[in-house]
Write a new protein. Structure first.
Length: 140
């Protein structure tokens, strides 16, 4: 059997979902504007992101992450503020799990907002009167 040339191994990058890049940008901004994740700001605000990466089926539920939970939780003055991050375009719709869960969060007295970028996130923080440092500005 004739030996042919070995083909070189070629790795190609898997495109990252747009929401991941947006969430990273929003989380960096929250770190600048409020405090690092999990730390309490001078104004008593704390925030954290929920890890939705699902490598193994059902691994999220096994770790206690429920389907439909929004991406970011902000705690301030005993209240819960949830931020769901969606990308622009026709795919930017709430999942059936989100549509089922979010009314329960609102019914419990929590605030829930939907954002598509850093600018909308800053506007939402201001609408909720959550104290921030106002170090980040967004230009159109």
């Amino acid at each position: 059997m004739a030996r042919g040339r070995a083909h070189p191994l070629r790795l190609t990058a898997v495109p990252e979902p747009l929401e991941h890049a947006t969430q990273r940008a929003i989380c960096r901004t929250l770190g600048y504007e409020i405090a690092p994740p999990g730390r309490i700001s001078a104004d008593g605000v704390c925030w954290l992101a929920i890890d939705h990466a699902q490598i193994v089926p059902r691994s999220m539920q096994d770790r206690g992450v429920i389907p439909g939970i929004p991406d970011v939780l902000i705690l301030w003055r005993g209240a819960h503020f949830w931020i769901e991050i969606k990308r622009y375009g026709p795919a930017a719709v709430l999942s059936p799990e989100q549509q089922a869960l979010i009314p329960h969060l609102i019914g419990a007295g929590d605030k829930v907002g939907l954002v598509r970028d850093v600018g909308e996130t800053l506007l939402l923080l201001d609408a909720w009167s959550i104290p921030r440092r106002r170090r980040v500005t967004v230009t159109a």
